[in-house]
Design a protein around this ligand. Structure first.
Ligand SMILES: Nc1nc2c(c(=O)[nH]1)N[C@H]1C(S)=C(S)[C@@H](COP(=O)(O)O)O[C@H]1N2
Ligand SMILES: [Mo]
Length: 438
């Protein structure tokens, strides 16, 4: 155990008289909270068990979040946010293999972010009296630590709330989600690294010490007073054992997992109760989730009717193809996922023309990029850029059919992009034009 002063002793850095004065003049609310927070299960062990779970899982949420940003294509100037200066992970061209890569990274990011909510809340509950510690400052180091805690707690709440609202398409906040979530992630990560650096030794020693995983309610009592002051000053009787608390937190996490994994696992789609898109879909060949319907996109039947042409360009060469001409070209079939950054994904079997064959039609044998334009003329989905590898992959398609039938209007008829491991947002529907560069 650490030598230094205990949590309720006067610290050496503060003049003794000032300290006594502060300690005497406790704000009324603080005393009331002290009396309210008497649970004897609070202490180093419970906090460390929950902390260890978060230490093992939160890095995965952070890394998959950063990977999602890379998948959007910062090199193609289409990652959100766009201008991040030097503050970004190493950037690379997002690969097309394995085809399920983005499905897994974004699925883990969103699903873990949801499933960990009870663990985060449990962890906050276990330390909440510390947030109202009085006197508020003992030493410069402690002030810094409390500031980092503010960023840590504020950071995880902010990231969780903005993330949850985003996947429900509830833009209740007046700022750009991507920018806020991006900078929030860095602030949270910095605070987390600081916190772990400070607390890791405590976590290890608490987990090495006596365990409470088997202690029943009848024998549940407080741990001895600890240097961090996690143990209640005046503990009351136990109403729940520590293993009961862990079972409640774990049960909550499992329950959330059970109603969430269906958004990424086709066979379990009906169990995805939290999914804002695509549970109320039919069983037909095109009855999989729709991100935005043709009506919502403002694309009209006239635009997609017999008069529709696909325009191809490379330098000064152009070609215009109708759907019959495209169907007359070599057709290729591949089972590939659509993986939306908002969390859901689904694998379907697509048939259409290889993008590299289309590039060849206008003499672009090894294009550096392809700019895909939609009939939708305004907004985010007007244009998406693919890098060379995403054009030349043998499964990179301009899909005309799905699961053996023509694309439905909502899924992008007459033609849409589908490329292995490409984020759903770039699988442009209602394609009008493809420009090959370089
Ligand atoms: N033109 C256009 N293409 C689009 C979209 C859109 O709104 N407009 N949504 C994108 C997003 S975010 C996703 S996840 C996929 C969803 O494809 P689906 O609606 O066929 O399932 O289409 C992508 N292509
Ligand atoms: Mo999406």
């Amino acid at each position: 155990m650490s030598a230094g002063p205990g949590p309720h002793d006067p610290p050496s850095a503060v003049p003794a008289r000032l300290w006594r004065g502060l300690a005497r003049h406790r704000p009324p609310g603080v005393d009331a909270l002290d009396r309210a927070w008497r649970s004897p299960v609070r202490g180093p062990w419970l906090t460390s068990v929950l902390g260890a779970v978060l230490l093992a899982t939160l890095p995965l949420v952070i890394v998959t979040g950063l990977l999602d940003w890379i998948a959007y294509g910062p090199r193609l100037d289409q990652a959100f946010p766009r201008d991040v200066g030097w503050l970004h992970p190493p950037v690379f061209d997002w690969p097309t293999r394995p085809a399920w890569l983005f499905r897994v990274t974004q699925g883990l990011h969103v699903t873990l972010g949801i499933v960990l909510v009870p663990v985060v809340l449990g962890k906050l509950w276990s330390v909440v009296p510390k947030l109202f510690d009085w006197p508020p400052a003992r030493s410069a180091a402690q002030v810094l630590e409390r500031l980092s805690l503010l960023l840590l707690v504020g950071g995880i709440l902010f990231q969780t709330v903005t993330g949850l609202l985003n996947i429900q398409y509830a833009y209740l906040f007046g700022f750009d989600f991507y920018t806020a979530h991006w900078y929030g992630a860095w602030i949270f990560t910095a605070a987390l690294v600081t916190h772990v650096a400070i607390k890791l030794p405590r976590l290890v020693s608490a987990l090495r010490g006596p365990g409470f995983a088997r202690t029943p309610l009848g024998r549940t009592g407080p741990e001895p007073a600890d240097p961090d002051g996690l143990v209640a000053r005046r503990p009351g009787p136990a109403t729940m054992s520590r293993r009961g608390v862990l079972a409640m937190v774990g049960g909550g996490a499992l329950l959330l997992a059970a109603v969430t994994v269906g958004q990424s696992v086709d066979a379990l789609r009906r169990t995805a109760l939290l999914l804002p898109r695509g549970r109320s879909i039919d069983d037909g060949p095109t009855g999989f989730p729709v991100n935005r319907s043709v009506a919502a996109a403002g694309v009209t039947p006239e635009q997609t009717g017999p008069g529709w042409r696909l325009t191809l360009r490379a330098g000064s060469r152009t070609a215009a193809l109708d759907r019959a001409r495209l169907l007359g070209m070599a057709q290729h079939t591949a089972t590939l996922p659509i993986a939306c950054v908002e969390g859901w994904s689904t694998a379907q079997t697509w048939t259409g023309v290889r993008l590299r064959d289309l590039a060849g039609l206008v003499g672009a044998t090894d294009p550096a990029t392809a700019r895909v334009r939609s009939l939708e003329r305004a907004g985010l989905f007007r244009e998406a850029v693919l890098h060379g590898g995403q054009v030349t992959d043998p499964d990179a398609l301009l899909a005309l059919r799905v699961n053996g039938v023509d694309l439905s209007p909502d899924h992008g008829f007459p033609a849409r992009i589908i490329v292995p491991a490409l984020p759903g947002v770039h699988c442009t529907k209602w394609v009008a034009e493809i420009v090959f560069d370089g």
